[in-house]
Design a protein around this ligand. Structure first.
Ligand SMILES: [Zn+2]
Ligand SMILES: [Zn+2]
Length: 134
């Protein structure tokens, strides 16, 4: 019983560290990148543990998972409503804080008859670091 409790506590604090590290950055890291950050504080943690906890935190809507086709999944500690843009040259992913496009939901609803709950838009482009100097 005591062991089980110990084990639970350990899991909880690992998850807490993963969440704290993820929330520190705005880079939308992959699981491997989160693992590298967390390992500095928890040297014995495994990549599998980090991965499982990231999935669990996603299921509980505490963090967000971003999927860009053909790329490793990335994670976002900021669950507020915002859009993302990915640079096609260097693959960085940044936040775009613009108002949610309500017209899009309305147009979709009238075209398919669904009650729209959510939509996902991802922008791609070339970031200022990758644009050739004018
Ligand atoms: Zn770039
Ligand atoms: Zn974001």
């Amino acid at each position: 019983m005591l062991n089980e409790l110990d084990n639970n506590m350990r899991l909880t604090s690992q998850r807490q560290v993963i969440l704290e590290e993820l929330r520190k950055v705005k880079s939308h890291p992959t699981a491997t990148e989160v693992y590298d950050m967390v390992r500095k504080r928890l040297p014995r943690i495994g990549l599998g543990t980090v991965y499982r906890n990231l999935e669990l935190l996603t299921e509980k809507n505490i963090i967000k998972k971003l999927e860009f086709g053909g790329e490793q999944k990335r994670f976002d500690g900021d669950t507020s409503s915002h859009y993302h843009i990915r640079c096609v040259e260097c693959n960085r992913v940044e936040d775009i804080f613009i108002k949610r496009h309500k017209e899009l939901d309305k147009n979709a609803a009238s075209s398919c008859g669904y009650k729209i709950l959510d939509h996902h838009v991802q922008f791609s482009g070339i970031c200022s670091h990758c644009l050739p100097d004018a």
